[in-house]
Write a protein that binds this ligand. Structure first.
Ligand SMILES: [Zn+2]
Length: 621
């Protein structure tokens, strides 16, 4: 995954509200249409006085309208999925995952798009179109593709291999049917939908965009995009790719555009320059070079390997995802390494240190990744020395700052030479900055515009720039949420009040389903406050305690140093149980437990300032 490798993207300056700016926002329904659909959404039409919580029904799609729904990826980085629906067909674009954060959703492996809208209309699905092979665009395939009834997958060659590799870990899945497409292809899918495939620049080979030539005009999705440019002038290949989508009889109606780096001014660094800089460093190195980068940066990785070869050097790959991705490139035939270039860590001892280049994972300070293990002297085969050069060719993903600092400290202890992206041009994002995005938008020149792929502030910054700097009419911009239903035709559009189901769907171990708020809340409490278990045995008739209660705690306080607190708790347990069971025959255990939890909770927070999860076990014997 390569989408959130930008430390810069956290800055989210307050933006004006949609009403202030005058954009179409899905939060407030308005319509440009004078069409019949207006009566559908007339005040009161959907009103449910007896059940305010009942969801708005999803309106039928009008005969000549095209429906567009960003199912995921417009309130976060990840879980990218968009759909285009006509009267007869549904086309799905990308099936991505979002990596979950330990702080927000502890214990959750991934967050995936909610596909209820699609499963309810499974018969209309004509294909899945995949822009490129990063996990935030393909990672949810194994959890979702069977629910969609295994539609045909249209994608580039490397993307196909990446999807198959991803699915290989899920043996219950059926084999997918693919149609490998390439830039310049114009394919027909479903009920005569023509789809143009065009090349986009990203950090992985075979990244493509799709232009769906609907009866109302082209609906264009470019996936993750940046531009290859020379000092802010895009190369001819880019001009051709974006400039030729519109034709006399086929206008560009709507463009959905990557917003990841919309808040970053100017042009992003050219990947070509980055690669050149790194290769130059490798050439000049008098001893071993270790390059830490994202395994998703496949364009960079293969180019650097070829560069190393030119200097007669050998390459050692370390880290599972690094090895896997290079392996997929080779097996798919997408990249053939020069013979003898890649060697194993064991073979390295047969070469002089200045002939060795290591490509490693772990530039984010991941505990078990190659870089960290070598830096903490835990790697069985590789040891650093002060003649080595370590190049950290990646930015710091927000949230990883502490881990990366630890990595840098560990590396520094070896007295080696460290090159970081802040001081040298050795890393560029795979996503274009604002000026690139504006160039693409202007070149495509769609009538309507929808920023996607990013947090809300990124979408809004993108929309704002398109209005202020490209002069786009703000009324023709739609800033969506996950599940926003947009019905569009060449005259206008409607953003419906109803949304496609969009409640958070998670993968937790073997379970796929709704997020269980209570479980997540408990996990958060457990990590912060700990757990406190009381076991009391009482006479079920009288409520009298058989013996002093047992107390067990984890992650709360160190019991041995807290005898006074524990003794106080024991006394309190006795009093609480007696008070709530006395004179009751039989004793109501539920009441006893509830009161005990309340009493203990109050006591513990007063004495420790902490609120552990309290589990009362009251046994009647
Ligand atoms: Zn990507």
């Amino acid at each position: 995954m390569n989408t959130n490798n930008n430390a810069e993207q956290q800055s989210a300056s307050p933006k004006k509200t949609s009403q202030q700016r005058g954009y179409k926002s899905n939060r407030k329904r308005r319509t440009n249409h004078q069409s019949m659909r207006v009566k559908n959404t007339k005040k009161g039409f959907n009103r449910k006085p007896h059940n305010q919580h009942k969801k708005q029904p999803i309106p039928e799609l009008a005969e000549n309208d095209i429906r567009v729904i960003p199912i995921g990826g417009v309130e976060q980085i990840g879980q990218n999925m968009n759909i285009i629906e006509t009267k007869d067909d549904i086309f799905v674009i990308d099936i991505g995952i979002q990596f979950s954060s330990e702080a927000e959703t502890p214990g959750v492996d991934y967050i995936i798009p909610n596909v209820k809208y699609l499963t309810e209309r499974k018969d209309k699905i004509r294909g899945v179109f995949v822009t490129h092979g990063h996990l935030d665009h393909i990672g949810a395939f194994p959890y979702i593709i069977d629910q969609l009834g295994y539609p045909k997958v249209y994608c580039g060659l490397l993307t196909k291999w990446m999807i198959d590799k991803r699915n290989a870990e899920f043996p219950h899945l059926e084999k997918l049917e693919y149609e490998v497409v390439k830039p310049g292809d114009r394919i027909t899918v479903g009920n005569n939908m023509k789809i143009q495939v065009f090349a986009v620049t990203h950090s992985i080979p075979d990244a493509i965009g799709f232009s769906f030539e609907t009866s109302q005009g082209n609906i264009i999705l470019a996936g993750d995009t940046k531009l290859e440019h020379i000092n802010g002038a895009p190369v001819q290949r880019e001009i051709d790719a974006y400039g030729k989508l519109e034709r006399e009889d086929q206008k560009n109606l709507l463009f959905l555009s990557d917003s990841t780096n919309a808040e970053q001014p100017g042009w992003s660094k050219n990947e070509e320059d980055i690669i050149e800089n790194i290769i130059e460093m490798i050439g000049e190195a008098k001893s071993r070079v270790f390059l830490g980068t994202f395994a998703s940066q496949i364009v960079r990785i293969t180019a650097i390997m070829e560069g190393a070869h030119k200097f007669g050097k050998k390459v050692i790959l370390e880290g599972r995802s690094m090895k896997t991705n290079v392996d997929i490139c080779i097996k798919s035939g997408r990249w053939i390494p020069p013979k003898g270039l890649i060697i194993s860590a064991d073979e390295a001892q047969n070469y002089a240190p200045d002939k060795l280049v290591y490509l490693l994972t772990g530039s984010q300070g991941e505990e078990f990744a190659a870089l960290m293990r070598i830096s903490t002297k835990k790697h069985p085969k590789i040891k650093f020395n002060e003649r080595d050069t370590v190049i950290l060719s990646s930015s710091v993903i927000p949230g990883n700052n502490i881990a990366v600092q630890k990595l840098k400290d560990n590396l520094s202890r070896h007295g080696l030479r460290m090159v970081r992206y802040q001081t040298s041009d050795i890393h560029a994002s795979g996503h274009g900055n604002q000026d690139e995005l504006l160039w693409i938008q202007k070149t495509i020149n769609p009538k309507f515009f929808m920023p996607v792929h990013g947090h809300h502030s990124m979408l809004r910054a993108h929309a704002q720039a398109v209005v202020e700097r490209n002069g786009h009419n703000p009324k023709n911009i739609i800033i969506p949420d996950n599940g926003t239903i947009l019905d569009i035709n060449k005259d206008g559009f409607t953003v419906h009040k109803a949304k496609a189901p969009n409640n958070v769907t998670v993968v937790e171990g073997f379970r796929v389903g709704d997020i269980q708020d209570v479980v997540v809340r408990d996990r958060k409490t457990l990590t912060k406050e700990g757990i406190f278990v009381v076991i009391a045995t009482i006479d079920p008739k009288t409520g009298k305690m058989r013996k002093s209660p047992d107390i067990i705690s984890r992650g709360f306080v160190y019991l041995r140093d807290s005898q006074e607190l524990i003794q106080g708790a024991r006394n309190l347990v006795k009093q609480s149980i007696i008070r709530n069971s006395k004179g009751k025959n039989p004793v109501d255990f539920e009441v006893v437990k509830k009161k005990l939890t309340d009493d203990l909770g109050r006591y513990l927070v007063q004495n420790t300032g902490k609120r552990p999860i309290i589990i009362p076990v009251v046994l009647g014997i």
